[in-house]
Design a protein around this ligand. Structure first.
Ligand SMILES: [Zn+2]
Length: 360
């Protein structure tokens, strides 16, 4: 079996492959059912596999589908890890928690967001306090997701975005569009007005499985930024922190930091890796996001804007809707053997580095 066989072409296939591979590896399986149905009417769920002693105090957590449609990558990496027999080579006393499709709705519907149109990695904020402001997005909101999606409206939007780019530069434009915003519920990179189903589910899974853990390593799989097939290792902890130093010791000098400006990602608000230590105050948490490149950034942003327009104003079943679905799938899934092989190899290395770090 080649690594490419571990990847799937849609959510239902991915879920089936994951459950078969996890059972074959001797994992204890559980699932949390999602309230909505999938694009083909299928059941949606976040599936959970546990491997190793239930009271393990060192645990590796891998997480796929935080950003829905990016789940093709993380699912394939998780299934490949299981199919390779890595579970039979774990150090004594180590547990592995594999969370498959924490945002199953987005995976099935080929959306980066949840069914609430919320970016799960902007949703981990304290909704009882004032929410982060994003004045750049406020200026650009109508251009980011216009009322219509035609050649004319796209050209008009491109002029507005291009004007902002010319005045403020590419980093400021990326920050405004993707940093996170809490005022435009139909927009892109919307952080929501309350914890989403996916946040609540991840919180419950962490509480159920990680209460005994003293050391936790989290690998969260993402796609859409950077060169084709390259897995950038992004650390959201501040470069001066002990967590960043640990991640660098585990994964090497290539780790990057959005807050230090060395990442393809803009600094963001409300991401899940930054929230993980708050969910696990009893544990030492070392988080890392693998961000695998697909298409150029402009193509990825265009696909996201088209998809946001489609679900706010269009019909996903129309010919235009289906074309946009093809566009967004290609923006977040490198559906080719070389890309899948790069994902599997880089993920295998990262899991082994994390396990070595946890047990050092
Ligand atoms: Zn992502």
């Amino acid at each position: 079996m080649s690594s490419a066989d571990s990847f799937s072409g849609d959510y239902a296939l991915a879920r089936g492959k994951f459950r078969i591979a996890a059972a074959a590896a001797g994992a204890a399986l559980a699932s949390v059912t999602h309230p909505e149905r999938g694009r083909d009417g299928e059941d949606l769920a976040a599936d959970v596999a546990w491997i190793g002693p239930r009271d393990a105090d060192k645990v590796l957590v891998t997480l796929s589908g935080t950003h829905g449609v990016e789940g093709f990558c993380g699912s394939g990496a998780q299934v490949d890890w299981l199919n390779r027999g890595e579970a039979s080579r774990l150090p004594a006393g180590l547990g592995v928690l594999i969370i498959h499709a924490i945002n199953p709705y987005g995976f099935s519907w080929l959306r980066r967001v949840t069914h609430e149109n919320v970016d799960l990695n902007r949703n981990w904020v304290d909704f009882s306090g004032p929410l982060p402001a994003n004045p750049g997005y406020d200026i650009l909101c109508d251009a980011a997701v216009p009322q219509t999606w035609t050649e004319e409206s796209q050209a008009a939007s491109a002029r507005v975005l291009g004007g902002y780019l010319g005045e403020n530069g590419p980093a400021a434009l990326q920050q405004a569009l993707s940093g996170g915003q809490y005022r435009h519920p139909a927009g892109i990179f919307y952080g929501g007005s309350a914890p989403t189903w996916s946040r609540l589910t991840q919180t419950a899974i962490f509480a159920e499985y990680l209460g005994q853990a003293a050391k936790v390593g989290v690998i969260d799989y993402h796609t859409g930024l950077g060169p084709w097939g390259y897995g950038e290792q992004i650390i959201t902890d501040h470069p001066g922190s002990a967590a960043f130093a640990r991640a660098r010791a585990w994964y090497g000098a290539a780790v990057t930091s959005p807050s230090a400006g060395t990442s393809t990602s803009a600094p963001i608000t409300g991401d899940g890796l930054e929230a993980a230590p708050r969910l696990l105050p009893h544990a030492q948490v070392t988080g890392m996001a693998i961000e695998v490149g697909t298409l150029p950034l402009n193509d990825v942003l265009l696909a996201l804007r088209a998809d946001a327009w489609l679900h706010a104003h269009g019909d996903p079943d129309s010919p235009q809707g289906r074309a946009i679905k093809t566009q967004i799938r290609a923006a977040f899934f490198g559906d080719a053997d070389d890309w899948k092989g790069m994902v599997a190899g880089q993920s295998l290395l990262a899991t082994r580095q994390a396990i070595a770090g946890l047990t050092a």
